[in-house]
Design a protein around this ligand. Structure first.
Ligand SMILES: [Fe+2]
Ligand SMILES: [Fe+2]
Length: 733
């Protein structure tokens, strides 16, 4: 059947939202999601951040988004907007809220250093994850959308234009360090604990992370939230940093969205605006409350907080030490530890009595040479010292400890809303055994078909395994040489050079005869399915918490090039659509269900794109394989093959922009091919420094499996020869 002309996709891609679709999950994922949600907010945050590949986490994300969209705008003070509000109307509303927040934040500037430290620390998790909702907004389902690329440009800027040291995340981290706040990487297990994050902060963070897992489906809400979060600029107000995205630029993107959005999408945009405004108001109010709580703390409460923080780790270290009648080991392992009672006894104990040097046994214990040296940081040691001095001076104030419950009431409401959330669009379904076409559709729209993830992982794994056959037979490849070799940087560069000169360049002769027009078009269609998911293999790398290794920023830079840094004229998906149209090929967009039935591109070539999409969904699990695949595919476009295509397309007056762009951008001297090799070298060098030489060869083997898996799809003739010469092999292509 030929696709109906009304369904054909036309540039520019003016979507303002994806079609509304259900979210499919397996029954097992529902149970697992329940268990994740039942955990404390900090565990929820950690899971959402660290796990970007599992099915239950996508369901958790769906439920968190649902809970926040339902719960938060119910609160008073959410922004009111008429349905036809312009970007300027919205900006005016947001400016009012900003002025209000700026006043509160201004009042926090001059508070005592300890309280200020607590406030800045509390805000740090949100400041450091800001913008994560753009991490995977650009994906096969959303490219080459106008609004997605406008947002991508801002994402690229916030990512330091590919240089992590210039990224928003890094600048904020440096600012924190200048203020004396040293936090581990955001993905570290103890990150939230070190930031002293309250449950409310962890829940707000969880919402932004949830949105970053399903950005394509919540595009309208995301556009509103993106504008409000950055235009309010809470983190910039608090730190005094210049905004990285000036408000007029943000407003411009908002205005361009309003041009695309219909009434329903505007409603959803407004929901995102109201939600972001309400969340930021709530968080700033909480920071103010935290400052007040902190400033009202008695010296004893500060001491109690330190004891509470360290008690769980004190364990048996204190052996026979007693305070009052009781062993410290017992006191500190008591789940109902009464801190006030403990401090009352402690201040009368012999450990606090003045010793001849004017100190006390306790203070001496945590000084250099003492058994507790290094347990408390400088600030904690200073607080203890002041308290001991006051005790020795005879002060015996009544000990009243005020627990820190800042934000807990709101956190309780949100946690209850998440626990109760049961979005109507969540469907329990078994993935079954989808056809290639159906599987392609599901992978492109993976946010809606998370139940396909286990199948996708299995698919990728099988391909990587099968491709290892080329470790022994790959040298005879026509375009590749996947034969295995022991890794050294020199050996890798040499292999690249040899493949390039001997297999890709040397055989090149201009065509003397041009095949007929239909044949030229047909061959192009065999490449097109892969081109329509160009760069998909790296569209999920370098996300929040994974932008620390040089290899991450290297892959990010390549992906950014592939989408033209958000400039549609240079975006490779735009280029392939232009090229296909010039050949008279009009199909639905790959995200549309109608694409399942497209009959312009041959049926038996889905394997290549499926493999690419499958591995892309596991940027943590298949990081190494993706590095190798990246090298292979970037090199594949060089030399003879593409030069011939350019000649043929030119002959019939077809648009050769896609082919030409790749000939230059993928070049081996400094382009993507060279970068891809450098990325592998940099990654394995990091492995060597961290884990030693033996680990390098193990990691390398996985990298090379990735390379071989591309070769597996392009070396049909070689694979047939191998199959004929050896035992039957399972060919997946
Ligand atoms: Fe490309
Ligand atoms: Fe490329």
């Amino acid at each position: 059947m030929t696709a109906a002309p009304t369904l054909a996709f036309e540039l520019p891609d003016t979507i303002a939202a994806l079609p509304i679709r259900a979210f499919e999950f397996s029954a097992a994922a529902c149970e697992q999601a329940d268990a994740i949600i039942a955990q404390r907010p900090d565990a929820l945050f950690r899971r959402l951040l660290s796990d970007q590949e599992s099915e239950p986490v996508l369901l958790v994300a769906r439920r968190v988004i649902d809970a926040f969209l339902r719960q938060v705008p119910d609160r008073p003070n959410a922004a009111e907007l008429p349905p036809d509000a312009s970007a300027d109307d919205i900006a005016a509303q947001v400016a009012k809220i900003r002025a209000e927040l700026a006043a509160t934040i201004g009042s926090l500037a001059q508070i005592e250093p300890d309280a200020r430290d607590a406030v800045v620390r509390q805000r740090a998790p949100l400041g450091l994850l800001a913008g994560c909702w753009l991490d995977v907004l650009s994906q096969p389902a959303t490219q080459p959308s106008v609004i997605v690329n406008r947002l991508y440009t801002q994402h690229f800027i916030q990512r330091g234009e590919g240089n992590p040291r210039r990224s928003l995340h890094y600048l904020r981290r440096r600012q924190l360090e200048e203020a004396g706040i040293y936090l581990p990487e955001i993905g570290a297990a103890d990150f939230l604990a070190r930031a002293d994050a309250r449950p409310l902060t962890a829940l707000h963070g969880s919402f932004y992370l949830a949105l970053s897992r399903l950005p394509a489906n919540f595009l309208p809400e995301l556009v509103g939230l993106h504008y409000v979060f950055h235009a309010l600029g809470v983190d910039d107000l608090l730190s005094g940093l210049e905004p990285m995205l000036p408000e007029p630029d943000l407003r411009d993107v908002l205005a361009s969205y309003l041009k695309l959005a219909g009434l329903v999408q505007r409603g959803r945009l407004h929901a995102g605006i109201r939600l972001a405004a309400a969340l930021e108001r709530e968080h700033v109010a909480m920071l103010a409350e935290l400052a007040t709580w902190h400033q009202g703390l008695s010296l004893e409460s500060k001491v109690a907080a330190i004891v509470a923080r360290h008690a769980p780790y004190a364990g048996r270290h204190h052996r026979e030490v007693r305070v009052g009648e009781r062993l410290l080991a017992e006191t500190f392992s008591d789940p109902d530890l009464d801190l006030a009672a403990f401090l009352r006894e402690f201040r009368e104990s012999r450990q606090l009595r003045r010793t001849r040097d004017g100190l006390s046994a306790f203070v001496r214990a945590f000084k250099f040479g003492g058994p507790m040296f290094g347990i408390f940081d400088e600030r904690e040691a200073a607080i203890f010292k002041t308290w001991v001095d006051s005790v020795q001076a005879g002060q015996r104030p009544e000990i009243v400890i005020r627990a820190n419950t800042v934000g807990d009431a709101q956190a309780g409401l949100l946690a209850a809303a998440i626990a109760a959330s049961a979005p109507a669009d969540v469907v329990i379904a078994d993935v079954g055994t989808p056809s290639d076409r159906e599987l392609f559709y599901r992978l492109v729209n993976i946010e809606n078909f998370a139940n396909t993830l286990p199948l996708a992982a299995q698919h990728a794994e099988e391909l990587f395994d099968a491709a290892e056959i080329l470790f022994t037979h790959g040298a005879d490849g026509r375009y590749t040489d996947a034969s295995y070799f022991d890794y050294s940087p020199e050996a890798l560069y040499q292999r690249c050079e040899r493949v390039y000169w001997e297999k890709l360049v040397k055989p090149y002769r201009p065509l003397e005869e041009i095949p007929d027009r239909d044949e030229v078009v047909f061959l192009q269609t065999t490449y097109a399915l892969g081109a329509l998911v160009d760069a998909a293999w790296i569209h999920r790398v370098a996300n929040l918490g994974r932008f620390e290794r040089p290899s991450d920023s290297g892959l990010f830079a390549i992906y950014a090039d592939e989408v033209g840094h958000g400039d549609l004229r240079k975006n490779h998906i735009t280029l392939i659509h232009r090229a296909l149209r010039s050949m008279g090929i009009a199909m639905p967009h790959i995200r549309d269900a109608a694409f399942i039935d497209q009959d312009d591109l041959p049926d038996d070539l889905y394997g290549f794109s499926l493999h690419q999409l499958c591995m892309a969904l596991f940027p943590d699990m298949y990081y190494n394989e993706i590095l190798g695949y990246n090298l292979a595919i970037e090199m594949f476009g060089l030399g003879e093959l593409r030069l011939h295509e350019i000649q043929k397309l030119g002959h019939y007056g077809f648009d050769d922009c896609y082919e030409r762009a790749h000939l230059t951008i993928d070049n081996i001297s400094a382009g993507h091919s060279r970068q891809a090799a450098d990325i592998i070298v940099s990654y394995l060098d990091e492995v060597r420094r961290g884990l030693g030489e033996a680990a390098v060869q193990l990691q390398w083997r996985r990298v090379w499996r990735g390379y071989a898996s591309l070769a597996y799809f392009v070396e049909h003739a070689l694979l047939k020869r191998i199959a004929a010469d050896t035992e039957p092999v399972d060919l997946f292509i």
